[in-house]
Design a binder for this molecule. Structure first.
Ligand SMILES: Cc1cc2nc3c(=O)[nH]c(=O)nc-3n(C[C@H](O)[C@H](O)[C@H](O)COP(=O)(O)OP(=O)(O)OC[C@H]3O[C@@H](n4cnc5c(N)ncnc54)[C@H](O)[C@@H]3O)c2cc1C
Length: 493
């Protein structure tokens, strides 16, 4: 575990705390160590830091006032949704406050006519589809964490999910965003009529809380398809399963979802949910095909042929909602299931061209054997978005460091095949070194300039997502090394 419990800054003036208390509701400011401890990490608990306080506003006006106050006193602010992020994006700043958006959780409006929803940032992802269901609509981006993660966090991370292959990522489903800049000024980007030559909405989505604090999001709602069929195809080798995915995509078919689970993930999921996969399965591919009643049978038959042609020895088909839910259950439960195999696991996130799936999975297997660290693969194969889960025991001295080395090798592999260091979990603090490997100095300088244009005093989530030039020229190159620098020593950029 990487502790970032650095000495706190000299205390802030009493006037700051008095003003903060005045802005927030009576129960809206947490300062006791036992209270703020709950917020000291996100879904990547190897990084930890205690904030000075946690602010829990209930209204957007309070958000704006808190930001303006922090700006006046030069206090760093880390926005937080549900804290399910997997790259340390919501890791607190030891000299700053956490600004939780969890209590701004109203669905402001559902407009079935225009197929849109207006949401406060703390609305949980799944709650949007639940609210839209009576109108025959749903919100397509569906991260596996959707019962907990918030729309604000989804926007900040440009979250993906099983159905993003066909329906697009968060960025393709967000129409407008209202956000405060660090100085407490409210802005709106996007909107039904669009805007000028600069696509600022695309910039905001995926900006990891560095450019502004999102207080309202307008999303696109999608009509539920008339028919949906899920297929679970079992393979005797991981290579065949991976090749079948490349073949489906290569044929120009875009299933609603196309996921892959390897043998280790399967055995974990099967024990967890108590539903057996076909015996001898070394990998399964889950393909969901949806569309019009007139065309769906052709698409299903086509996908079936491709899966069988690439070595599937059993295919299970599910048509009713209940059967589909059962077929997907293992995939949806895979992360907690794998979590039972070892005391700890480290969830990687990288992308590769889909045509490279077979080679990259084989190389990950070789490296896993070399390091003696088991790796389970369960991922959005259709998007080429890998999630190798490295199993380990953090209590064994040196084991975490070896996990980090293996993780860095996997990311280098992604880059070598023309992929990226992150598909959907973001950069946060975890992948600062990976950014040095993926982007040139000129590109990173552009990112810094953008950050400065929105947040000249670098108060929003400082030290995250974009490495300093100094960090990138340090010897050792990219080693994606959790906590290589103590968080407090990450230079402002
Ligand atoms: C079991 C599990 C499965 C997961 N599966 C997926 C998956 O399939 N796809 C996927 O994409 N991700 C997945 N994730 C990662 C995570 O759930 C997503 O990144 C999610 O979008 C984070 O939302 P959150 O509300 O928890 O944000 P947090 O973790 O609280 O914050 C994430 C980042 O967003 C910023 N932020 C939060 N709210 C705001 C706001 N209102 N304004 C500005 N910045 C803000 C924070 O500062 C931080 O940088 C998974 C995580 C877990 C634990």
């Amino acid at each position: 575990m990487k502790e970032f419990t650095e000495q706190k800054a000299t205390t802030l003036p009493t006037a700051f705390w008095r003003s903060l208390r005045r802005i927030l509701p009576a129960d809206g400011l947490l300062t006791k160590p036992t209270q703020v401890a709950v917020y000291e990490c996100d879904g990547l608990p190897v990084y930890r830091a205690r904030p000075l306080a946690v602010a829990l506003p209930r209204t957007r006006a309070q958000v704006g006032l808190v930001l303006a106050l922090c700006s006046r006193y030069g206090v760093p602010v880390v926005a937080r949704g549900a804290g399910t992020g997997l790259s340390g994006g919501a890791l607190p700043h030891a000299h700053g406050i956490v600004l939780s958006l969890a209590r701004l959780n109203r669905i402001v409006a559902i407009d079935p006519h225009n197929r849109t929803a207006r949401l406060e940032p703390g609305v949980r992802n799944i709650a949007v589809s639940e609210a839209a269901a009576p109108y025959g609509l749903f919100y397509a981006p569906d991260p596996s964490s959707q019962i907990a993660c918030t729309i604000g966090g989804n926007v900040a991370e440009n979250a993906g999910g099983v159905h993003c292959l066909k329906y697009g990522l968060t960025t393709h489903n967000v129409l407008a965003v209202q956000f405060f800049t660090a100085d407490g000024v409210l802005h709106e980007v996007g909107g039904v009529t669009g805007e000028g030559p600069l696509d600022l909405l695309a910039l905001l989505v995926g900006s990891e809380g560095l450019l502004g604090v999102v207080v309202e999001v307008m999303v696109r709602l999608t009509p539920k398809p008339p028919a949906t069929v899920a297929l679970l195809a079992a393979f005797r080798s991981l290579g065949e399963a991976a090749a079948s995915v490349s073949a489906v995509i290569g044929e120009g078919i875009i299933p609603a979802g196309l996921e892959l689970m390897d043998a280790l993930a399967l055995s974990a999921a099967q024990d967890y949910i108590g539903i057996p996969y076909p015996p001898d399965s070394q990998a399964v591919v889950l393909a969901e095909v949806d569309g019009d009643l007139a065309t769906i049978e052709l698409d299903v038959a086509h996908v079936r042929r491709l899966l069988l042609g690439h070595g599937a020895f059993a295919i299970e088909e599910a048509r009713s909602e209940e059967d589909r839910r059962r077929l997907w259950l293992g995939r949806k439960s895979a992360f907690p299931a794998v979590g039972r195999l070892a005391p700890d696991y480290y969830c990687m996130d990288g992308t590769i061209p889909r045509s490279a799936l077979v080679s990259v999975l084989a190389e990950i297997g070789e490296r896993s054997r070399h390091y003696g660290l088991p790796v389970a693969n369960v991922f959005h194969a259709g998007d080429g978005n890998l999630h190798p889960l490295i199993l380990y025991d953090a209590k064994i001295p040196g084991e975490l460091e070896r996990v980090e080395e293996l993780g860095a090798e996997i990311l280098r592999l992604c880059l070598a095949y023309g992929g990226t260091i992150s598909g959907e979990h973001g950069v946060g603090v975890e992948k600062l070194d990976g950014m040095c490997a993926q982007f040139t100095a000129a590109e990173l300088a552009t990112f810094h300039a953008l950050k400065s244009a929105f947040d000249p005093h670098h108060l929003l989530n400082p030290g995250k997502a974009v490495p300093t030039p100094a960090r990138c020229v340090e010897p050792g190159g990219m080693h994606v090394h959790g906590g290589r620098l103590p968080f407090s020593s990450l230079e402002r950029f």
